[in-house]
Design a protein around this ligand. Structure first.
Ligand code: 0L1
Ligand code: MG
Length: 263
């Protein structure tokens, strides 16, 4: 069992690594007792530190490691979730400086904006869709605090699921009119297609990933609140970012979201 001061110590190490942009070794080698449950406690502590230090607040959640391909690649058996803070939100058209990151990558995702509370247990895809007011195209910038993006599931969970920033496209749609499994997506970097995907890449249906998270949150006495945003998990693999890159993710019928990276 990790003692409270160790949870605190790990959360502080992650906070400093992000703030000063250096990468660190994964923790499971040093703390073999760190399992997923303890890792979510570290994540909670990290979020408390960020809210206090950065005078920010929670605005939602994100799913990570939601595709089979990514789970196999990372050797993990289930997805992860993390917290989105107001300070992580960027807006389309804002130039984004790559100097803010350690080794960022970009992921095309669907954003769900909730009109009603979504609370487990036994939440289904239909419950997620019924509580969703809008969906919108989104981009997530991920940036692991671990060297070479090398980690185990508990490490990634502690690190708030590699979250860094997110951008939500400006057009919102009711989810009712779409079969989100079949929603196609084309991801371009500097005008070239770098990946393609569909909603079904996210656990068969993006809302299934959210149902999984909400049922897990229930065990912690937590739920998704009205007004909160949840990022579904990526519809394709993550793509590395370099200075000068321009990205666009174009989703079937709901439009495009773009990001431009500067020095
Ligand atoms: O959003 C994501 O899928 C990232 C989750 C953590 C794993 C990674 O850094 O690739
Ligand atoms: Mg993601």
């Amino acid at each position: 069992m990790l003692k409270t001061h160790v949870i605190d110590e790990i959360a502080n190490e992650l906070y400093k690594a992000e703030k000063h942009r250096y990468s660190i070794d994964k923790f499971v080698d040093k703390y073999p007792e760190m399992n997923e449950e303890l890792a979510y406690k570290v994540q909670e502590r990290l979020i408390e530190i960020k809210c206090n230090e950065e005078k920010t607040k929670r605005v939602g959640r994100k799913l990570g490691l939601t595709s089979k391909a990514k789970q196999v690649m990372m050797g993990v058996h289930e997805p992860s979730y993390g917290v989105l803070l107001e300070s992580m939100q960027l807006f389309e058209g804002d130039p984004i400086s790559i100097s803010s990151f350690i080794h960022a990558k970009l992921e095309p995702e669907l954003a769900f904006i909730f009109g009603k509370e979504l609370k487990g247990p036994h939440v289904t895809v239909a419950d997620v869709l019924a509580a969703t007011e809008y969906i919108a195209p989104a981009l997530e910038i991920i940036d692991s605090r671990f060297q070479g993006f090398s980690f185990t599931l508990p490490d990634a969970v502690a690190d708030n699921s590699s979250s860094s920033r997110f951008i939500i496209g400006e057009r919102f749609f009711s989810p009712e009119q779409f079969d989100l499994r079949l929603m196609g997506m084309v991801f371009k970097k500097n005008g070239e297609v770098v990946a393609t995907g569909a909603g079904a890449a996210v656990m068969g249906h993006p809302a299934r990933a959210i149902a999984w998270m909400v049922n897990k949150l229930f065990k912690e006495g937590q739920s998704v609140q009205p007004g909160e945003v949840v990022l579904s998990g990526s519809l394709s693999g993550a793509v590395t970012i370099a200075e000068g890159d321009h990205f666009s993710a174009c989703f079937d019928r709901i439009g495009t979201v773009e990001a431009v990276f500067t020095e």
